[in-house]
Design a protein around this ligand. Sequence first.
Ligand SMILES: Cc1ncc(COP(=O)(O)O)c(C=O)c1O
Length: 453
Amino acid sequence: MITTPNIKTALPGPKAAAIIARDAKRVSTSYTRDYPFVMARGEGAVVEDVDGNVFLDCAAGIAVTSTGHSHPDVVKAIVDQAHKYLHMSGTDFFYEPQVQLAEEMAAIVPIDGEVRSFFGNSGTEANEAALKLAKYHTKRMNIIAFLGSFHGRTLGALAATSSKFIQRRGFGPMMPGVFHAPYANCYRCPVGLKPESCQAECLGFVEEQILVHLVSPDEVAGVLVEPIQGEGGYVVPAPVFHQRLRDLTTRHGMMLIMDEVQSGMGRTGRMFAAEHFGVKADIVTIAKGIASGLPLSATAARADVMNWPPGAHASTFGGNPLSCVAALETIKVLRAGLIQNAETVGNHLIDRLLALKDKYPLIGDVRGKGLMVGVELVRDRQTKERATTERDRIVQAMFKRGVLILGAGRNALRFAPPLVINTVQIDSVLDIFEEALGELGNCKKVRVGRLGT
Ligand SMILES: Cc1ncc(COP(=O)(O)O)c(C=O)c1O
């Protein structure tokens, strides 16, 4: 078991540099690569680049490889299925893996009563399906979403996304009828209160502004919300936020749509993050970790809500058999210990990060559940000035030392490793994080980079 990185070449090494040069000529310029990692192979929480450098993976392919890279049981299920058939299309034909997966979904999603599922290929497709379903079922046209949220990049989901303007710039006008409210970011409370004495007053913006001045409640199809905001900075709301949102949506006959694309499939130490808040949804969207890396998404809904007729929504590739068997195996492996591991290693990670917070004033906030942990960096704990450049530099410094990690929001780091990571590996990651913090301390005055993007 590899527990520490091993960097043998300058980064990028010669083979990586050659591939990146070819990529630069032919691949879309819209991707957001922060550092030159070129994958050769992976196992568990360890990845190797094409030059033989070995890294610890704290990004999991953007929170996807839940069971670790190439988990043998998942690989075997995929290979066995590949020998039988690769594709048939659940739109026009039947195959058992898709039915089995829908049965599993019904058993695990945080929805009361009977459940049906629609299968797509990506998070954005899951949210497209959810938005369409909410509109279809309620016969209403409007949606409420939250500032800082990320729901995807296709045009429906993009209208609800409000993480960074670069994701929306140049693509307007957006799908009409989407209203954004402040998210319960208790570190930067949008209504200036303290979490101890607050009853999710930020939802007053929905109840007393949006639903009074902008749109009639009986014209709102649903509220789309991430239980824990992901791209927006790994922001964990107080449970009362979700509980009040549940009450509000029930009262007005709106669908509560929980986007568990990033927070689902064991990542938070529960199968779904909604379980931390004691809330059940009407529709749940799932992707990323569901199939350990194969493209798959699910839009699960109350069976009485998912009552649209044949032809209303479908997908040629969605729920393809390879992805379905990978998901079935993933769920088995998660249940057999990885959800528990996410909680145990996650608690250890948070404890050590809190200890680092006592030592390094740059760390403004440590928050998270399980292995979905965010660290917000600030230049001043009083003013909470965002340390965006510093965050970017830490990402680079950790990469150079052999840790893959991603930013979240404007100035947070996200710790989102595969759920197989163990405490020894996470300790290596944290030692490297501390070295990076130390390095930054030595050149504190230099401020260059991508502030504000
Ligand atoms: C919460 C959430 N929803 C939706 C998406 C979109 O998923 P995809 O990139 O698979 O379309 C993401 C992606 O990061 C996400 O984090």
